[in-house]
Design a binder for this molecule. Structure first.
Ligand code: GDG
Length: 480
C-alpha cells in the first residue's frame, strides 16, 4: 500500500531565481517531523509502504507555478495542489487563518465569520480530494493534517472506496461552547468531515474530550471513551502528543557549528544571564504579556538589571494581515520603550530579533540560555519548549512554561505559569534565575527522559499503526 501525507503546505519552498526555479526543503514543524519519520522507517518501507506521496500547496500562486515546477515536484514524490491568488486570500488567509485559527485557540473576538471564506474552504478541499483521488487506490493510507483540511476525510470517502484515513489536528480543539459560535451548518460539516476518518488524533486528552463533547452535543452521536458511533461505523479518537527528534537536539551541543556560535554568544553576552524565547509572530503566543512581565520583573528586582538580558526572537509570519502587522508594531513599541526607560549605555534589557534565524544559531541559543520563557496564551503543543529541554546536554537551564500549552501536560517539571498572571510570571523568572544547579538538573533529566521516550518517530508510527488498526476494525464491522 501507499502512504499519502496531505497537508496545506508541501514540505518545500519554491523560489524563482534568475529565470530558473529552486526547490528548498522547508524547516517547518510538520516538514521536520515527517522527515525524521521517513528517515527512521527507510522512506516508509519499514512500515510496509511501497511509496510515500506528499500532497499539498507549493506556496506559489497557481498563476505563476507552471508545468515545469509541477513536474519537478512530482519527481520528488510531491503532488502539488494549485491555489490561485483568490484561493489564498479566501481559503488560507480567510477561513483557515481568520476563522478556524482564532476560534480554535478561543480568541473569539478575532474570529471572522464570512460566507465567502466558507465557500472557498469547501472548494479548495475538493481540489485536494481530486488530487489524492488521481493517484490513490483502495487499501492505501491517507494521513490528513490540520485545520486547513477538516472536510477532506469525508470528500475522500466519496472519491475513493476503501481508503484507510487518519486525521490529525495540530492546534487545540475548543470546547463546544466556543464551537457553538460558528454557524451550525459549517460546524456540522466540519465535525462530519473529520468523522469520516478511521482515526481522529489530537495532541492531548483535553482536546479529545472537547471534540467528543461537541460531537455528542451537535450531532447527537453516541460517544464512548475514545470512540464515536456513526451509525454502524466506529471512529477511533485519541491523544497522540507530537514529539521532537530528541537525539538531534541532544547532540546539537556536540556540533562544531553550534559550539562556535554558542561560544560567540557567550563572549558577547559575557557574564549576563540569558532569558530566551522564540515564536512565530502570532497573538496566541503571548509575546506582549511576556515582554510586560519582563519589564515588571526588572522594576521589582532591580538587582537583576545589568546581570540578565532577554533575547526575544519573533519570527515574521502571516505578513500583510493587518492584525499581525499591528501586533508587530506593538511589540516594537513596547521593546523600544522598555529599552529606552531601563537600558544603560552598556546594557539592554531586551535584545529583540525579528527575523528567521539559522538553525545553528537557534541551537546555540538553546544551549546557552539560562532560562527559556515559553508563555503562549494558547498553543496546541509547543515544540520549542521540548527542543530547549532536549538540547541541554549539560543539564543546566530552567524552562518556564504556560499551563495553556499542550506541552505542559508532559513537561510537568517546568515552572508552570498562567500567562495572564503577570505577578506569577515575575515570581517564576526570579525563581528560575536563582535556581540551584542540582534542582535545574533534576527537573531537566525527568523531562528529557520523557521527551526521549516519546519522540517524533514514535508519534508518527503510533498514529499510522492506530489508523491501520482502526481501519481493520471498521472493515470487520462492515463485513459482519
Ligand atoms: C503548530 C502548533 C504545535 C521557529 N522559528 C525558527 C525555527 N522555528 C521552529 C522551532 C519549532 C517550530 O519552528 C515551531 O513549532 P511550535 O510547535 O513551537 O509552533 P507552531 O509553528 O505554531 O506549530 C503547535 C505544532 O504545530 C506541531 O504540532 O506544537 O502548537 O501551533 O520546531 O524550532 N527554526 C529555525 N529558525 C527559526 O527562526 N531554524
Amino acid at each position: 500500500m501507499r502512504l499519502f501525507i496531505v497537508s496545506n503546505r508541501l514540505p518545500v519552498t519554491v523560489v524563482r531565481r534568475d529565470g530558473g526555479v529552486e526547490i528548498r526543503e522547508s524547516v517547518g514543524g510538520l516538514a521536520t517531523a515527517m522527515k525524521s519519520f521517513l528517515e527512521a522507517t527507510d522512506g516508509g518501507r519499514g512500515l510496509g509502504f511501497r511509496e510515500v506521496v506528499w500532497v499539498g500547496w507549493s506556496g506559489l500562486r497557481a498563476e505563476v507555478e507552471g508545468e515545469e515546477v509541477r513536474a519537478r515536484l512530482r519527481e520528488r514524490g510531491l503532488l502539488p495542489v494549485p491555489l490561485s491568488e483568490e484561493d489564498v486570500s479566501l481559503f488560507y488567509e480567510g477561513f483557515c487563518n481568520s476563522t478556524l485559527w482564532p476560534l480554535f485557540h478561543s480568541f473569539t473576538v478575532y474570529t471572522v465569520f464570512e460566507r465567502r471564506f466558507w465557500e472557498a474552504y469547501v472548494r479548495v478541499q475538493q481540489r485536494f480530494a481530486e488530487a489524492v483521488a488521481s493517484m490513490a487506490e483502495p487499501g492505501d493510507l491517507v494521513w490528513v493534517h490540520d485545520y486547513h483540511l477538516m472536510l477532506l476525510p469525508a470528500m475522500l470517502r466519496e472519491a475513493v472506496p476503501d481508503l484507510a484515513v487518519g486525521f490529525f489536528l495540530h492546534i487545540p480543539f475548543p470546547p463546544p461552547e466556543i464551537l457553538q459560535l460558528m454557524p451550525p451548518q459549517w460546524r456540522t460539516s466540519i465535525l462530519e468531515g473529520v468523522l469520516a476518518s478511521d482515526l481522529v488524533g489530537f495532541h492531548i486528552h483535553e482536546y479529545v474530550n472537547n471534540f467528543l463533547r461537541s460531537v455528542a452535543k451537535f450531532l447527537g452521536y453516541r460517544v464512548e471513551v475514545g470512540v464515536v458511533h456513526v451509525g454502524r461505523r466506529r471512529v477511533r479518537v485519541g491523544a497522540f502528543p507530537i514529539g521532537i527528534n530528541f537525539e538531534m537536539f541532544h547532540n546539537s551541543a556536540l556540533s562544531p557549528d553550534v559550539q562556535t556560535a554558542a561560544e560567540e554568544l557567550r563572549q558577547r553576552l559575557r557574564g549576563l544571564k540569558i532569558v530566551f524565547s522564540i515564536d512565530r509572530l502570532d497573538y496566541t503566543k503571548g509575546v506582549i504579556n511576556r515582554v510586560r512581565a519582563w519589564e515588571r520583573f526588572l522594576r521589582e528586582h532591580p538587582e537583576w538589571r545589568r546581570r540578565a538580558t532577554f533575547v526575544l526572537v519573533v519570527v515574521p509570519s502571516r505578513t500583510g494581515v493587518p492584525q499581525y502587522d499591528a501586533m508587530k508594531r506593538e511589540i516594537e513599541r513596547e521593546v523600544g520603550r522598555i529599552n529606552g526607560e531601563l537600558g544603560e549605555v552598556d546594557w539592554v534589557p531586551i535584545i529583540y530579533i525579528s527575523r528567521f534565524i539559522p538553525t545553528p544559531t537557534l541551537h546555540a541559543l538553546y544551549n546557552v540560555a539560562d532560562v527559556a520563557l515559553i508563555t503562549p496564551l494558547r498553543d496546541g503543543m509547543n515544540l520549542v519548549s521540548k527542543e530547549y529541554v532536549a538540547s541541554r546536554r549539560d543539564c543546566r537551564g530552567v524552562l518556564i512554561l504556560s499551563e495553556t500549552a499542550g506541552a505542559a501536560h508532559e513537561l510537568v517539571e517546568a515552572l508552570i505559569v498562567n500567562p495572564n498572571d503577570e505577578s506569577a510570571m515575575v515570581e517564576a523568572i526570579a525563581r528560575a534565575l536563582s535556581m540551584e544547579p542540582e534542582e535545574q538538573c533534576r527537573r531537566l533529566r525527568a523531562m528529557q527522559e520523557r521527551i526521549r521516550q516519546n519522540d517524533v518517530v514514535k508519534w508518527a508510527v503510533d498514529f499510522i499503526k492506530a489508523t491501520v488498526e482502526a481501519y481493520g476494525e471498521a472493515r470487520e464491522a462492515a463485513a459482519s
